[in-house]
Design a protein around this ligand. Structure first.
Ligand SMILES: [Cu+2]
Length: 288
């Protein structure tokens, strides 16, 4: 192990670091690359926004200063209407109820739903005069991130947790695949790679779970009770399962032998648990 570690750190460090940084970059960028560009804004729009099937409809609205916008929740989930710049926050809007606010400042305000950060939309508040002030007034110094390709470092748990989830979701199946290929092609290098991959997964998962608990405690009150209970405890158990799996894999790696079928079977179970865990998380964020 010592020799192998020294070799990895000595000879292969640059390659490993590069690969790790590259995957980190891709993981950080992916949620932002996936968001669509905003649709063209209408000159004027209705002041009623319907929340249905995890969407704000219409997505973009324009109102005058002093205008009132009402959000009607026609969905089966509780949602919020929360300005990205913090200028308003509805609090939970239960299904079948609505919430309204009067806009007193000109500017462009992007907003989202707190329990479902993928639900984003925006409103443009035009000045009382002919010219509309569409820059700055909404959020001085803060870019309008929702629905744009602009990037800002993640600071909130609902941004950090999904990013970290990507690592575990990629690393754990990859470790299993590398071990399986190692057995098929009888290549020790593939087994070595599998060992390092599962070490990374075991190191990152505690942070993933911590960010999940942070999210749950800061804004998880509206999440479906059944799903979140299973998700949070399965996620916490996953930390110990992956660390245990990592230690098991390490003892195999030390002996320089291919992993046993018992280990591969347990790794497969861990991957299946991860798939189930991901589907629970997805159901809560995107709906069913
Ligand atoms: Cu929502």
């Amino acid at each position: 192990m010592k020799r192998a570690a020294a070799m990895m750190l000595g000879k292969r460090k640059p390659l490993f670091c590069f690969g790790f940084l590259l995957s980190m970059f891709v993981a950080c960028m992916s949620p932002h690359i996936l968001v669509a560009a905003p649709a063209a804004q209408p000159e004027s729009g209705p002041t009623v926004v319907i929340i249905k099937q995890m969407h704000f409809d219409p997505h973009d609205i324009t109102v005058r200063v002093g205008g009132t916008v009402e959000w009607k929740n026609e969905d089966i989930f509780t949602h919020t209407v929360t300005a990205n710049d913090g200028s308003f926050d509805s609090g939970p809007i239960a299904p079948g109820t609505s919430w309204k606010t009067t806009l007193t400042r000109a500017g462009q305000i992007a907003y989202h739903c707190r329990p479902h950060p993928n639900m984003t939309a925006q409103l443009t508040v035009k000045g009382a005069g002919a010219e509309a002030n569409t820059s700055g007034a909404g959020a001085p110094g803060k870019p309008e991130n929702a629905g744009s390709l602009k990037w800002a470092p993640p600071t909130m748990p609902q941004e950090i947790h999904p990013i970290l989830v990507n690592f575990t979701a990629a690393l754990l199946p990859l470790a299993l695949l590398s071990d399986l290929l190692g057995r098929i092609f009888k290549r020790q290098s593939l087994h070595n790679a599998a060992f390092w991959i599962i070490v990374y997964a075991a190191c990152i998962t505690p942070f993933t779970a911590a960010a999940g608990w942070w999210w749950r405690h800061s804004l998880g009150a509206n999440l479906p009770a059944k799903l979140i209970t299973v998700h949070e405890w399965l996620g916490t158990a996953a930390v110990f399962i992956f660390i245990g799996l990592g230690l098991w894999r390490w003892s195999i790696h030390k002996r320089g032998v291919p992993p046993t079928f018992a280990y591969l079977f347990c790794a497969l179970l861990a991957v299946l648990a991860l798939v189930y865990q991901g589907s629970l998380g997805g159901a809560m964020v995107f709906g069913r």
